[in-house]
Design a protein around this ligand. Structure first.
Ligand SMILES: Nc1nc2c(c(=O)[nH]1)N[C@H]1C(S)=C(S)[C@@H](COP(=O)(O)O)O[C@H]1N2
Ligand SMILES: [Mo]
Length: 565
């Protein structure tokens, strides 16, 4: 039955069988094994899938912005639905590559699905094409459900799927058994030739398939090049708007780094983390690249008597302060890398709030939560009391002497000393709304993370490295400790659960930054475990009790096992 339908469907290409007349085939003496049509069917699926994705990316680049591209939208939907433990696992396992892994995973699944649809199109090409459209619907739904796509979010997936479905329909038509082969094949269920019976027959429109496949591949390449050119010009425009930023001199400069704040021990991280080495944690599958010229910040909400909207120039006209602040991620494991220190330049946030009429709860203000929103729809909630308690909460525009890198929130992000990033450090900021913790749960809070999360006092051994082979004698042990906005008072090291030894503390830059430490160890042969603990200025000794990162940050002590000979 279905074979007949296929043959009928192929009828418009009636000229094809003539073109693939036995003469052509004889020339090549091609033998068509059982696997040829399935292989070409899968190829047709892959080619159509590639065309669908590329056309979708082109539509996204041309119309909606890259965030509505199907892979990005589906990936974003996956990220948003990823349970906290899995997100934690992904960050732990893949680190900064987590998004690449997700993207490759989606592409691998799509490739499998495309090949399967290509196979099914051999039997019913309408069904194969409908399958492609179904995938388009999934992409469209994902895009529409994203907070950062407008009303046209579905467009790329729809247009891409239409192109892919059309291509598959066309390609599968060329793979339908030609009349001659159909007779010769004797009704093989897949329409494929029986080995030995049709070795000299093209069982389908070979030339037509090659032409259609080449055409599909060429269209894909063309759409890809065009998409790339459009994206490049968008990226270039955003990059130009960043290049054009001239950061004003701060009204209040950060004091120079005290000599001795950076111990410069081999194996330790520099005190100031260079921008390109600064950890990155966010949900963005494509890094938002706002144009600073079009950027606006809106401040409004509960208790705001003078709502305001600022553009980037107006923000830069305000007095800026420069501060060294250490930023930490709640997903940082004990001993982990998600902590870094930068010299930030920014507008004091508390002043801006006061100008808008905001009072902290302790002074009768009705709002206890400041919700920051990014251009990609992320929401973070910060206690108003903390932002207004006198600490240097910033709307940062500069990071280590340059405008914020796109990865770190250009043109404006929040930084609040003493709070984990997910409750304070909104990148690509565009809106500040005053509300209450009762009335609104921000993004991570809806995903089981704590609503309020001050940084926990922590310390890390950076040298020697785990499992290092050392020579007996004097070994420099060193690392960092942090308790932002409280300050580090003491760091101690011990070997093999022996007595604690006071480490030498580097000069303190500020209570808002980490502090390096070092200890000279007289290492004796054998396997040894070095362990560190910090005590902050509030007298809190870093606990040995191990808890995971969820819901409000890991505790426990970092230790390193080394081998001394
Ligand atoms: N828009 C946006 N801002 C965000 C996030 C995000 O996912 N989206 N992640 C937050 C988290 S969890 C952390 S730890 C910091 C990390 O900032 P960084 O990437 O500049 O180091 O950004 C915060 N700001
Ligand atoms: Mo984070």
């Amino acid at each position: 039955m279905s074979d007949d339908r296929q043959t009928t469907a192929a009828a418009p290409d009636a000229a094809a069988p003539a073109r693939t007349a036995p003469g052509r085939v004889r020339k090549g003496r091609v033998r068509y094994g059982r696997w040829v049509r399935p292989a070409l069917g899968a190829t047709a699926g892959l080619l159509s899938g590639a065309l669908a994705l590329t056309v979708a990316e082109l539509a996204a680049a041309a119309v909606t912005g890259p965030e509505a591209g199907p892979v990005t939208a589906v990936g974003g939907a996956v990220v948003d639905r990823t349970p906290a433990w899995l997100k934690d696992f992904a960050i732990r396992t893949f680190g900064d590559d987590d998004k690449l892994v997700l993207r490759l995973g989606i592409l691998a699944l799509l490739a499998l699905a495309a090949a399967a649809l290509g196979l099914s199109a051999l039997r019913r090409r309408g069904a194969g094409a409908a399958g492609v459209l179904l995938f388009g619907a999934v992409g469209a739904a994902a895009a529409v459900g994203r907070p950062d796509t407008g009303g046209t979010g579905a467009l790329p997936s729809v247009v891409g799927a239409a192109a892919g479905a059309g291509a598959l329909y066309l390609l599968a038509g060329r793979l339908a058994p030609t009349r001659g082969a159909h007779t010769a094949g004797g009704g093989a269920p897949e329409g494929g030739p029986q080995p030995g019976t049709s070795g000299e027959r093209t069982p389908f429109d070979r030339r037509g398939f090659v032409l259609a496949a080449t055409g599909t591949a060429a269209a894909t390449a063309g759409a890809g090049l065009l998409a790339r050119a459009l994206t490049a010009s968008d990226t270039a425009r955003a990059a130009a708007s960043r290049e054009a930023v001239a950061l004003p001199a701060p009204a209040s400069k950060a004091p120079p780094l005290p000599p001795g704040a950076d111990l410069r021990l081999p194996g330790m991280k520099p005190f100031i983390t260079p921008n390109d080495a600064f950890y990155r944690v966010d949900t963005a599958l494509t890094v938002p690249r706002p144009d600073a010229g079009a950027w606006r910040l809106r401040l409004h909400g509960l208790g705001v008597t003078r709502p305001l909207t600022l553009d980037f120039r107006e923000l830069l006209e305000r007095p800026l302060i420069e501060r060294d602040i250490t930023l930490t991620c709640v997903s940082n494991q004990v001993g982990g890398p998600y902590v870094g220190t930068a010299r930030w330049l920014g507008v004091p946030l508390a002043e801006l709030l006061r100008e808008a009429g905001v009072r902290p709860p302790s002074r009768g203000g009705p709002a206890d939560q400041l919700v920051s929103r990014s251009v990609d729809g992320m929401t973070l909630g910060t206690p108003v009391e903390t932002v207004m308690d006198g600490r240097d909460a910033l709307l940062a525009v500069g990071m280590n002497g340059e405008p914020l890198p796109f990865d770190h929130g250009f043109p404006v992000r929040m930084v609040v000393p003493g709070l984990y990033g997910y409750v304070s450090a909104c990148k690509w900021l565009t809106e500040l709304e005053l509300t209450t913790f009762d009335a609104y749960d921000a993004y991570w809070v809806r995903r089981d993370w704590a609503a309020e999360a001050p940084v926990k006092t922590q310390s890390r051994i950076d040298t020697p490295k785990p499992l290092a082979s050392l020579e007996a004698g004097t070994v420099a042990v060193g690392g960092v400790a942090w308790a932002q906005h409280t300050g580090i008072d003491r760091v101690e090291v011990r070997v093999d659960d022996g007595p604690w030894h006071a480490a030498r503390l580097a000069a303190e830059d500020s209570a808002d930054t980490w502090r390096q430490w070092a200890w000279r160890w007289n290492a004796t042969p054998g396997s040894h475990r070095l362990e560190v603990r910090a005590t902050d200025r509030d007298g809190r000794v870093q606990t040995a009790e191990r808890v995971g990162t969820l819901p409000d940050g890991a505790t426990g002590r970092h230790s390193v096992v080394v081998d001394v000979t």
